[in-house]
Ligand binder design. Structure first.
Ligand code: SAH
Length: 376
């Protein structure tokens, strides 16, 4: 039935429902707030400010999300706080594991029914959480599953922080193979373009790096922000005073091809993106990662390796080659092993450090670019 045939009341309800729900930020949550803001929020409930410290110690220090276990915060005050500051914002829809239980992909439903994903990857010496920063993405890179559906909305600070906390709790409770552990690294390489949601993302990262009870006390060096290359935002991030690791999704050394693979290149071409990356290294002293998905016969030729090597030689940089994960219906596929090896040698001949990224989570569609949230 076309919407014009619906009775007016139904039509209005339909329009109101979709306008209210889809694409709106969630209600405010504890993890949207700095410690000072939490104190204000608790005071606004008529409670003393120290309640914010108690709550924060449980939530971020002990990772205890069951209010019944908060022995020093009970009864009316606890209920008021839970109602006002802990609305459910991430509902688990599906959890999938692979790699012997050391990779865990989680699909989350947000309050407006948007779906996003996070992936926990446990290695012998570290645990990395890959999290989403937007529901969907507006960047429209043709090889990336997330780009195909466009942008639904930015995620809130709390929606970003809580993906990490969910992983941290699962690890603490021993729900990930290998026994209890802690998250050492966070990469913003899930769905979305983090620098297009700049303020919320940076606030989330500040919270992750704040000492408990304000945050999780993570090292900024262990946090990687991956971007298509939003030049003004890279420069802004360089000035934040925190040494996050920057990853730039280059995928081609020349504007002609990059315009196609990463369409925002039409606005911020390769030379400008790399200039901003070098400013980032100069100001933070951090090595920048260059992400390069190897696509068979598209960007994996020897002359492109040589061109990339010349652009990067002498800089504080590391290249991460990612074998393309073909998305459904894509005409592109991963490079042949011999082209991959030749590409590595091409970069090494310029003295550029390079590694080939593993493809953790591939069988559960949790690898790079596969986060399409096919659950409905
Ligand atoms: N918007 C950010 C984060 C996106 S995902 C960015 O573009 O950097 C993280 C990385 O996965 C990016 O380098 C992205 O280009 C890459 N990626 C996306 N789809 C991919 C695919 N199908 N195969 C391999 N890598 C992919």
């Amino acid at each position: 039935m076309a919407s014009k045939d619906l009775p007016l009341s139904t039509k209005r309800e339909f329009v109101e429902r979709s306008a209210k729900k889809r694409g709106t930020l969630p209600p405010q949550h504890l993890s949207d707030l700095t410690l000072a803001e939490r104190k204000d929020a608790v005071s606004a409930l008529g409670l003393p400010g120290f309640r914010a410290d108690q709550l924060s110690r449980h939530w971020y220090g002990r990772l205890e999300d069951d209010p019944a276990a908060w022995t020093d915060l009970t009864g009316g005050p606890r209920d008021k706080i839970v109602d006002a500051l802990l609305p459910p914002i991430l509902t688990p829809v599906r959890a999938l594991t692979c790699d012997g239980g050391t990779t865990l992909k989680q699909v989350w439903r947000l309050h407006d029914d948007a779906l996003v994903e996070s992936v926990l990857m446990r290695y012998p010496n570290r645990v990395t959480m890959c999290v989403s920063s937007q529901a969907g993405c507006a960047m429209n890179c043709p090889f990336c599953a997330t780009g195909q559906a466009g942008l639904t909305r930015n995620m809130s600070t709390a929606e970003i922080v809580e993906q990490v906390l969910a992983g941290a709790r699962a690890l603490q409770r021993g729900e990930v193979a290998g026994g209890p552990g802690r998250i050492s690294n966070v990469v913003l390489m899930g769905m979305g373009e983090p620098l297009a949601n700049y303020n919320r993302v940076v606030k989330a990262l500040r919270m992750l790096t704040s000492e408990a009870p304000e945050g999780l006390g993570m090292s900024a060096r262990g946090i990687t922000v991956s971007t298509v290359g939003l030049v003004p935002r890279i420069r802004q991030l360089a000035g934040e005073g925190l040494p996050f690791t920057l990853a730039v999704s280059l995928h081609a050394p020349d504007d002609e091809l990059r315009n196609e693979l990463v369409p925002i290149n039409n606005r911020y071409p390769v030379a400008e993106v790399l200039d901003a990356a070098w400013e980032y290294t100069a100001r933070t002293k951090r090595r920048v990662s260059i992400e390069y998905a190897l696509i068979r016969d598209i960007n994996d030729q020897a002359d492109r390796a040589d061109q990339l090597g010349r652009l990067l030689a002498g800089h504080l940089v590391h290249v991460n080659l990612i074998p393309l994960n073909p998305t459904p219906g894509s005409k592109w596929t991963a490079s042949r092993p011999e082209s991959e090896r030749a590409f590595v040698r091409g970069l090494e001949s310029h003295g550029v450090p390079v590694t080939v990224r593993d493809t953790r989570g591939r069988e559960i569609d949790g690898a790079c670019g596969q986060l399409a949230a096919t659950t409905s």
